[in-house]
Design a protein around this ligand. Structure first.
Ligand SMILES: *[C@@H]1O[C@H](CO)[C@@H](O)[C@H](O)[C@H]1NC(C)=O
Ligand SMILES: *[C@@H]1O[C@H](CO)[C@@H](O)[C@H](O)[C@H]1NC(C)=O
Ligand SMILES: *[C@@H]1O[C@H](CO)[C@@H](O)[C@H](O)[C@H]1NC(C)=O
Length: 482
């Protein structure tokens, strides 16, 4: 009797398990099918526009060697760390640990200058002693240059570097700037989503970067690049890498002079040259104010991530900066920031002599890509650009040129609102994954018609690199639009 009942229960139990397994397998299959449909939708858009001519792209400024290391290997948590804290520049190991904690707990990307070269060199050699550490060519301008070259553009890029680093750059790229004895090194401390460090856990995969640059903050390749630009009229000029000036110990007025030169370089371009400025992680408010006066008004296009838009928005709207922001903001929030930022920049530029009219903003986030372009402006194929940016985000983070849906997930919801106040709900259509619509941005004296495109990202679940992602993504978006 007891034996029989036991058997019956056992059978029932097995049946339940089998049914559950079938249910989950089906559920997974459904999910995978959805992701696959979405992937094909994005790829179709990406492939619709082949680049037939060879656009000329000039990219400033800088290069470095990126040394990657798992943050946990290099930084050990101890009670001594105490309260997380932000430092403008980092001098001691304790300051490094406190600063790391500050950004890590928010999963926010950060890039800091370390004035103490002894400590910096010690950290680099310690990082290199781990077999899991590896080095690549880094620096926004360099990564963008390589991406544009790979996409079939004719690329000139500004950097001063050693012979050995130069040899690692594809020969098709024209590097101008000259030679140095020691390359700038960026030490990139990476961490994964949900990683635990002391009492903190990370909200998303990201990285914390320290550097002790000698060339990049001074844009030492500037003059050589300027000379080339006198005869080489590019279709696109990209200004990037200026965050290396952040909290760098300049002499009085030195930085402002450098930025005035950048402004002049932008001003002197023909109107047929489109100008893109790639934002980055800035922590020094004075530098951001200078950029808002000397660089932003002279660009046609801006590229940035969710932290950087929050920072630029606060700088322009409130006059204060934000060091960390929500690392996974809602679409509505970002679109509202883009609208306000767009209007603010357009408004300010009216009173700036020779300012360009901003016609494009691209915001790349972990979960989606959002691009604004002014209708009938110099930018084309916005929908395809959003799709390509999205695919590049996955490919970059997973370090693979094929998107594998087994290593992908969607973070973006099934529908999103176009604005926090009075937004329209838009449902994600997996067959046509990029949502685009027209809007009118109302300014005091004019109405500006824009196209807005939002593309979901097939977020890579097995992150193997986060640094340089923004640069690849921004360039991938630009290449279809010029
Ligand atoms: C620089 O770092 C070294 C090595 O950690 C340390 O001994 C020294 O005190 C630091 N210097 C300053 C000025 O903090
Ligand atoms: C900037 O100022 C605004 C308005 O005063 C405030 O709401 C916001 O929290 C401030 N942001 C930061 C990062 O201090
Ligand atoms: C991003 O750019 C770098 C430099 O061009 C490259 O090494 C890396 O493979 C790129 N990532 C992808 C996914 O293309």
């Amino acid at each position: 009797m007891g034996y029989k009942r036991g058997l019956r229960f056992g059978t029932l139990f097995t049946v339940v398990i089998v049914l559950a397994a079938i249910y989950y397998r089906n559920h997974e299959n459904v999910l995978q099918k959805r992701l696959l449909t979405l992937l094909h939708g994005l790829e179709k858009l990406e492939n619709k526009h082949v680049i037939t001519r060879k656009p000329k792209v000039a990219i400033g400024y800088g290069v470095c060697t990126d040394v990657f290391i798992d943050a946990r290997h290099l930084l050990k948590y101890s009670d001594e760390v105490g309260r997380p804290e932000h430092f403008d520049e980092i001098n001691t190991e304790l300051e490094l640990l406190k600063s790391f904690a500050y950004y890590f707990r928010h999963g926010a990307a950060a890039e800091r200058y370390m004035a103490n070269r002894t400590l910096f060199d010690e950290l680099v050699s310690k990082a290199r002693s781990f077999s899991s550490s590896y080095s690549t060519i880094g620096g926004n301008a360099a990564v963008m240059a390589m991406r544009f070259a790979r996409e079939g553009c004719d690329v000139t890029f500004a950097a001063k570097l050693t012979k050995s680093l130069h040899q690692m750059i594809p020969q098709v790229i024209n590097v101008v700037g000259g030679e140095v004895k020691r390359d700038d090194i960026h030490l990139i401390l990476e961490y994964k989503h949900g990683e635990v460090w002391g009492p903190y856990s990370s909200a998303r995969a990201n990285r914390y970067i320290i550097h002790n640059d000698m060339n990049n903050p001074l844009i030492s390749s500037f003059n050589a690049f300027d000379k080339i630009l006198r005869t080489y009229d590019p279709d696109l000029l990209v200004i990037s890498g200026l965050q290396m000036m952040d909290n760098y110990p300049f002499q009085e007025g030195e930085r402002k002079n450098l930025l005035l030169n950048v402004k002049k370089q932008m001003l002197e371009r023909l109107s047929s040259t489109k100008i893109h400025f790639e934002m980055a992680s800035f922590a020094e408010d004075k530098l951001l104010f200078e950029l808002c006066d000397l660089v932003v008004p002279f660009a046609d296009s801006l590229g940035m991530n969710e932290q950087e838009i929050a920072n630029l928005y606060n700088t322009m709207y409130y006059g204060n900066i934000s060091l960390v922001a929500d690392s996974t903001p809602r679409v509505a929030t970002v679109l509202d920031q883009m609208r306000t930022l767009f209007k603010l920049i357009r408004l300010r530029s009216k009173s700036i002599t020779n300012a360009r009219e901003l016609t494009r903003i691209h915001v790349h986030t972990l979960a989606y890509q959002a691009i604004f372009t002014v209708k009938n402006s110099i930018w084309k194929n916005t929908m395809a650009a959003a799709a390509k940016a999205s695919l590049t985000a996955h490919r970059h983070v997973c370090a693979s040129s094929n998107v594998d849906v087994n290593k992908a997930t969607l973070i973006m919801d099934d529908s999103f609102s176009t604005s926090i106040v009075d937004g329209t709900r838009i449902s994600l259509n997996i067959d046509k994954p990029v949502s685009c619509w027209d809007e009118i941005l109302k300014m005091e004296q004019e109405d500006i018609p824009i196209q807005v495109c939002v593309a979901p990202v097939l977020v890579c679940t097995e992150a193997s690199q986060t640094a340089g992602g923004g640069d690849n993504i921004s360039s991938a978006g630009l290449v279809l639009q010029i």
